[in-house]
Design a protein around this ligand. Structure first.
Ligand SMILES: *Cc1c(COP(=O)(O)O)cnc(C)c1O
Length: 426
């Protein structure tokens, strides 16, 4: 598969049935797996042998789908999680413990912002939120001896700003820590963060990867490029013996697969959060058409952005693909084939007008969802970000009038006609 085009990988990566095997990835709907001898199962518990014993840790269906995503991202190993939240939590928690610190862009998804700044703080892990457009020297000053990771989103949700991945990778590596990038909105079809120096990629597979709003899920992919042993003092969890597995040292035993093996062996074992095999099967169906769908999402969103930009009731539009957008230079570098189907805009008259306009739409529906086949929208200040203070909202770039608009796969002329009739009625 290595040299195939991405469209081909979407269909075939991860699973190649042999003679007479099921054509489609089989759903292994079983909590457990049977062994002939007690010793064989014992070896699995010691990580001495590879194999399945309990679906809370690993399941064959999930692993085939995870392998497909690893192939699409150009990574060495991947795991599916029950949600995008679980993926981002595990991605950081796998290398941070109480007393540690990490740095994240303040423009990230509201749920992740809350996870990092409220819930993980209660676990003793401190996160410094930064403006992702801050100069490099300013970001350098925020590192501390206990800083263990840097985190950002390729395209931020909901403000669709593009992350300067190369700059962030450079900063992270200068301080001997990995860069974790949430690639949910871009998907590996439009950007592969590993090519720009990111070390770990996460996804809410709930969005474009599933693409049909049927299954909540997440994924973590490791590039295999970060050298844990070279920074052994920072990552004792990977570089010193794990007493809960008879003294295995992950980075020595598993090499490039160390990070994902540790997350599976420890975090899945102790915290669960695995994706159900049935949902992994739905996810795989979505992945098969991901490349085809992303092209349409991008071209339709561009048409909608152009239409909104020329509308005199619209105060502002943000979409990286537009030439005048603040992220357009980064877009040209990182997302030359298109960003995603999500854009945001505000209406003249502010928050009240934006909200009443939303209620007039007929085809587009108000939903706490984004990035799937049906056009939908949401008002972050009233919905996903309502727990934030006015100050936090502004720091995240979420203006009170901001409408997040997710362009689906309907004919773009129908989406624009719906917007037009809503404009006509306000
Ligand atoms: C939705 C989303 C998440 C959270 O994912 P869930 O699957 O809803 O848990 C994380 N990051 C981004 C960028 C998202 O859009």
């Amino acid at each position: 598969m290595e040299n195939s085009h991405i469209e081909t990988k979407c269909i075939h990566e991860g699973y190649r049935p042999t003679n007479g095997e099921a054509r489609q990835i089989p759903i292994c709907q079983s909590t457990t797996f049977k062994y002939d001898t007690s010793n064989e199962m014992g070896l699995l518990f010691d990580l001495e042998k590879e194999g399945y014993f309990y679906t809370r840790l690993q399941n064959p269906t999930n692993d085939l789908v995870a392998a497909k995503i690893a192939g699409l991202e150009g990574g060495v190993a991947a795991m599916l999680t029950s949600s995008g939240q679980a993926a981002n939590f595990f991605a950081v928690f796998n290398i941070c413990e109480a007393g540690d610190h990490f740095i994240a862009s303040s423009s990230i998804y509201g749920g992740t912002y809350n996870l990092f700044s409220v819930t993980m703080k209660k676990m003793g892990i401190e996160c410094t939120m930064i403006d992702q457009n801050m100069p490099e020297e300013e970001i350098d000053k925020l590192f501390k001896p206990n800083t263990k990771a840097v985190f950002g989103e390729t395209i931020t949700n909901p403000t669709v700003s593009v992350l300067d991945i190369e700059k962030f990778a450079r900063i992270a590596h200068r301080h001997g820590v990995p860069l974790i990038v949430d690639n949910t909105f871009a998907t590996p079809i439009n950007c592969q963060p590993f090519k720009w120096g990111a070390d770990i990629v996460t996804h809410s597979t709930t969005k474009y990867m599933d693409g049909h709003a049927v299954a909540v899920g997440g994924c973590i992919v490791d590039s295999g490029n970060f050298d844990w042993l070279a920074h052994a003092e920072k990552y004792p969890g990977l570089t010193t013996p794990d007493e809960s597995y008879h003294g295995i040292t992950y980075a020595e035993r598993f090499g490039k697969a160390a990070y994902i093996t540790k997350a599976t062996a420890q975090l899945m074992r102790d915290l669960g959060c695995i994706q159900s095999p049935q949902n992994a099967f739905y996810l795989n169906l979505g992945l098969e058409s991901l490349a085809v769908r992303m092209k349409q999402h991008c071209s339709s969103a561009f048409a909608v952005a152009e239409y909104l930009k020329d509308n005199d009731k619209v105060a502002w539009v943000r979409y990286p693909d537009l030439e005048e957008d603040g992220s357009h230079d980064l877009f040209k570098k990182y997302l030359p084939n298109g960003s995603c189907g999500v854009l945001c805009f505000g209406l003249k008259g502010g928050r009240e007008v934006s909200v009443s306009f939303m209620d007039k739409l007929k085809l587009a529906s108000i939903e706490t969802h984004v990035a799937d086949s049906q056009t939908c929208l949401l008002h972050p200040a009233s919905h996903t970000h309502r727990q934030m203070t006015e100050e936090q909202l502004l720091a995240s770039g979420v203006e009170p009038d901001l409408i997040r608009f997710s362009v689906g796969l309907e004919n773009p002329e129908d989406i624009i006609a719906d917007l037009q009739q809503a404009f006509d009625s306000i």
